[in-house]
Design a protein. Sequence first.
Length: 312
Amino acid sequence: MTILEIRSISIRQYLDVTGHRVAYISRGRYFYLSPYRTESSPSFAVNPAENLWYDYGKREGGNIVNLHSKMNPNLDIHHVLLELEQLVREYNLQYSEDYESRMKEDQNRYIRLKEKQEKDDSETIVTGIYELAHPYLRDYILERRVDYDVAKQYCKEVHYTINSKQYYAIAFANVEGGMEARNKYCKRSIGKKAISAIYHSRNPLTHCCVFEGFFDLLTYVTIKKWMNIGLCIDEDCDYFVMNSVGNLKSVLPYLADYEKIHCYLDNDEAGIKTTEQILSVYPDNAVDESVRYISYNDLNDVINGKPMQNKP
């Protein structure tokens, strides 16, 4: 499920299956005793038309995601989304009545931000680089099931213009001062295309991981942080992101310093060929880790439950 779908789960039905009953209805709003604090008079209201809640006693409100978070304060956002998905499966929760209309509205907003890949030599002008904060970029990261704090650790938010049109995206820096820029609808390189290298100390560690794209890296760190599902190695590693399998020759010299090189490339023709080339250069050091997710194209597909239909 996408985060937009999760946010559109009916709050009324959610409260019902979690044991909270309507106290009364007034002007189209459904009032309850607050589900996350003690009170004697119902002051917690749900507006079914907008699928939003508001707690008049605390003067705060929001959608189903932050409601479940307030009801379960020990959960991080990743596990809040996982629990809501589980509730959908267990109780067959439905979307709110205005889900389709809000989906169209959100799509229209994104369409205005969608960037067409320009085939000419249009100049990209960076107007600002900031900490990750834009809610649309946050939603996209969460849709990919990547921990948002992990994304903020390794990425920035870039604002740029092409032919006087303004765009923004998640930015991942490379060793040449350029960056990979991505939002929900577009990915591009800004500046010189190059690999990215992430070291965790002044001197190289004994192990490193090689990834094809930066979302593979973000997924790996997310899995290592939250899940014990046999996809990550136990040792601390430096990280190298190729940003394109075409950068193979550029990354090879960086790998010479490591006792073990863990290759987490895609399970497609290009990824398999690139892994074989790394193994041929470093036969005693390199390890093909794609066998850990043999039924999936990459790590992100694993945590999103998207197995390949046909293994190459």
